[in-house]
Design a protein around this ligand. Structure first.
Ligand SMILES: Nc1nc2c(ncn2[C@@H]2O[C@H](COP(=O)(O)OP(=O)(O)O)[C@@H](O)[C@H]2O)c(=O)[nH]1
Ligand SMILES: [Mg+2]
Length: 310
């Protein structure tokens, strides 16, 4: 399956919820009038786009229809894509990982959102691009967490630095850095525990990890990626808010978009926060992760038809 058809099939459930209704509106109305535009706004709101963002899209749409004298309902589709891509877009380079090496990536987020899986997917992608990668199991809270990362490491052929359950996450990172320095590794990716219910502890833990990296590896470029589960819909917003209060985030990874009709959350998050979405997860497999390209996402989401094409 090609990149674009995979993206479209990953967004299938959201397409069914929102885009199919769009289709019906496009079929029902023959001209671009107020009734048609109101219908589109309602569809966006009923989807998981979120009230404020849906209204922003429809306001811009209304303006563009007036200014550009759009009188063809199908041209409206292209306009919706353009407006959405514009909201998603934080600047061309912003959506890509830093290309300065060595690079240390801290991956944060609450339990179960897909951190460990996303790390494996990102690591595998970097490896396929020819980068050397080191994984660090700094989620020491449960033994199973490190084990899961180790299994992924074996599967994708990437070394995993780990300690015993309950050990200091910053100490695992310290070891990971020493090992990467000795080998001249390009990218270190650190898994962390997401105990957001204990915000103070989590903040202290992340601060300590950041301090160790600053001290031991000042020359390294840095990323802190927040992983959020797309299926949590509007609740994802509060996670972005809470984590951005705890630490400086450089990017967002939105997972599980394949299993949800709430893919519109990507648009809301992009609209409400100044943090670029860098990856989206569209399945459990190691290849089910896509670099986020705003225009492609908007195209895939609002493209005609529910089926995946190829
Ligand atoms: N369908 C689907 N499942 C995912 C995706 N990402 C992660 N998962 C699943 O979500 C569950 C939790 O993932 P895990 O990486 O352990 O989350 P963590 O607790 O944040 O490290 C696992 O069963 C993963 O296979 C995704 O993009 N799509
Ligand atoms: Mg995990």
């Amino acid at each position: 399956m090609g990149f674009f058809s995979k993206l479209k099939s990953g967004l299938q459930k959201t397409k069914e919820a929102v885009v199919i209704k769009f289709e019906e509106a496009f079929d029902t109305y023959t001209k671009v009038d107020d009734a048609f535009l109101e219908e589109l706004e309602d569809i966006l709101i009923m989807g998981d786009v979120g009230m404020d963002t849906a209204m922003k899209i429809s306001d811009r749409l209304r303006e563009s229809v007036k200014i550009n004298h759009i009188d063809d309902v199908n041209a409206v589709r292209e306009e919706v894509k353009k407006i959405t891509a514009d909201i998603l877009n934080k600047g061309e380079a912003a959506h890509r990982l830093s290309e300065n090496y060595p690079l240390v990536i801290l991956v944060v987020g609450v339990n179960g959102v897909g951190k460990t899986t996303s790390i494996a997917k990102i690591a595998n992608g970097l490896k396929n691009e020819g980068k050397s990668v080191q994984l660090v199991a700094a989620d020491t809270f449960r033994a199973a967490a490190a084990e899961q990362l180790i299994i992924w490491g074996e599967r994708i052929g990437i070394n995993v630095i780990h300690h015993k359950e309950g050990s200091d996450p910053a100490a695992v990172i310290f070891d990971g850095i020493q090992s990467a320095k000795a080998k001249g590794t390009d990218v270190i990716i650190c898994d962390t525990a997401g105990r957001l219910h204990n915000k103070k502890n989590l903040m202290a833990e992340l601060n300590k990890m950041n301090k160790i990296i600053d001290r031991e590896f000042p020359e390294a470029a840095r990323e802190t990626l927040l992983v959020i589960d797309g299926a949590t819909g509007q609740n994802a917003k509060s996670q972005v808010k809470e984590f951005s209060e705890i630490t400086d985030l450089t990017g967002i990874v939105l997972t599980k978009l394949d299993g949800t009709a709430k893919g519109g959350i990507v648009i809301t998050i992009s609209d409400e926060f100044d943090i670029p979405v860098k990856y989206i997860g569209v399945g459990e497999g190691v290849d089910d992760m896509q670099a986020f390209v705003p225009a492609d996402f908007a195209d895939a989401l609002f493209d005609k038809g529910g089926e995946t094409g190829e």
